[in-house]
Design a protein around this ligand. Structure first.
Ligand code: SF4
Length: 331
């Protein structure tokens, strides 16, 4: 019985995938998918990647439509970097706990308070933020380029890092720059259980532990490697012999690891409250919604007034050819 229902599900998935491929041709779309999307969505994408890779890929798309399988701030970024394209997001409600933790009005008030106190600072903002928050920033970083960008901030200027306090703390450790940290966190990376990680380490004593820098220090301190998703893949690629990896990041990332390096074994580090570690925001995008957005050409990301300023900040931060550092602010 369960066999029949599994094969029925497979056939529905295959039909949907076929329909999506046909729609892609019909409307002239390029599908960009984040590594945290379900494997069946990543399978249909033209490009898969982390935020940085996808943001850069968006600038090279030559089809008229970009379908962004990820969360809202990512689709917004694709639109900002590529304003002439129609950018579709399968579910407009796909948000992000980090982006929500740092609304633009709250950030503007905090910056104003620092200025009134005579502090000279630049605002370095993680890409997991709204366009309005990006527009108030001097730099945008991803987990892939944060160290490099932070080293470009003049040493006599303070850094206000928003919104991820764990990534900010990690960057303080690796760059030696003291920062003012915003109090935001990712709901997925914040809840890994250190007790369960230690149990797994006992069970697989030869295993390598890899952790995303959005994880808190109590997880990072047990890791053999800390890095964003793209760097995790590079790290795993260095191991030729079959190896066990204990993985402290969003669970769908293991689909990508398994596809590229099938000789290894991957063990998810469980969360305190939930064993699956899947991002509920990313999970809002489904094959059905992907198909529907291509049929309806909606939901679409429309240009907003704050996109103009966010574009300048994004371009000088993320695009390798973009010029010049901003002047320090706060005085
Ligand atoms: S995994 Fe965390 S940071 Fe990434 S989209 Fe989900 S809530 Fe945001």
């Amino acid at each position: 019985m369960s066999c029949v229902s599994a094969s029925t599900r497979r056939s529905v998935t295959d039909d949907l995938a076929q329909e999506i491929r046909q729609l892609k041709e019909k409307i002239g779309a390029t599908i960009l998918a984040h590594y945290y999307q379900d494997g069946e969505i990543q399978d249909l994408a033209d490009v898969t990647g982390d935020s940085l890779k996808l943001a850069r890929a968006a600038t090279r798309v030559d089809s008229p439509v970009i379908v962004f399988c990820g969360v809202h701030f990512m689709a917004e970024t694709a639109k900002i970097l590529n304003p002439t394209k129609r950018v579709l997001l399968p579910d407009l409600e796909a948000g992000c706990s980090l982006a929500e933790s740092c609304p633009a009005d709250k950030l503007a008030r905090y910056q104003e308070m620092l200025r009134l106190n005579g502090r000279r600072f630049q605002t370095v903002t993680y890409i997991n933020s709204t366009a309005a928050t990006k527009a108030l920033s001097d730099w945008i970083v991803t987990s892939g380029n944060a160290e490099e960008v932070i080293r470009r901030v003049p040493p006599d200027v303070e850094i206000l890092f928003v919104p991820d306090k764990h990534l900010g703390a990690y960057l303080q450790e690796v760059t030696g720059r003291k920062m003012i940290l915003w109090d935001g966190a990712c709901i997925v990376h914040e809840i890994f259980s250190v007790q369960d990680l230690l149990k797994l380490k006992k069970q697989y004593p030869q295993a390598k532990t890899i952790a995303h820098p959005e994880c808190p220090a109590n997880i990072r301190e047990h890791a053999d490697f800390i890095g964003g998703t793209e760097n995790m893949l590079k790290y795993i690629g260095r191991f030729a012999e079959p190896t066990d990896f204990l993985v402290a990041t969003e669970a769908n990332m293991m689909w990508q690891m398994q596809s590229r390096f099938p000789q290894h074994r991957y063990h998810p580090v469980p969360g305190i409250t939930c064993a699956c570690n899947k991002c509920p925001h990313m999970a809002r995008n489904t094959l059905e919604k992907l198909r529907d957005c291509m049929v309806n050409l909606a939901p679409e990301i429309h240009w907003q007034p704050e996109f103009d300023q966010a574009k300048k900040v994004l371009e000088r931060s993320l695009l390798p050819t973009a010029p010049q550092a901003p002047a320090p602010v706060g005085d």
